[in-house]
Write a new protein. Sequence first.
Length: 201
Amino acid sequence: MRILGYNTSLIETLIIANAVMFIITLINPGLIINNLGLQPSLALERPWTLVTSMFLHGGLWHIFANMFTLFFFGNYLQGLIGNRDLLKLYFVGGTLGNILVVFLAAPDSIAVGASGAIFALGGTLSVLRPNLRVFIIPIPIPIPLWIAVIGGFLVLSLMPFISWQAHLGGLIVGLVFGYYFKKNGVGREGAYRFYDYEYRY
């Protein structure tokens, strides 16, 4: 995809979209959050919020943490499953996470963030590359990816003002997609997919 004359990858495009929406939100937070954020009690009246809320964030740390994780998980996973499947995974994970928010969160709460979509990426990577070593602050040694993802879900779920429902929905989608990919040989060792083409080495 070309943005302002520059070629951008799928992950870069998603990060730019989130960043642009974050800047727009800063201009008039109430207007944007109230109309594009997901409020369970209004989900039937505003079904678009199941998707638009995935591109909104509640603060600088919120968007930084999500985009930082998206950059590393997304770029690695893109090489395993390709753009098309990555895009499906991102939106299906984020949407199912938001559907769980509608059914399980307080009716008048408002949920924003890409965390459900990102947990979907993490869930799939945990199945395809469970023993990939990653650093998690403040743990000083690398730990297996599957422990980082599951542990991150459990820790975040205990924190206040965190939409654990979105995280859970995204994680479930990620694990299911990961199982499907692994069963069908997608992302296996010795294969590398990039922009929907597969190379073997």
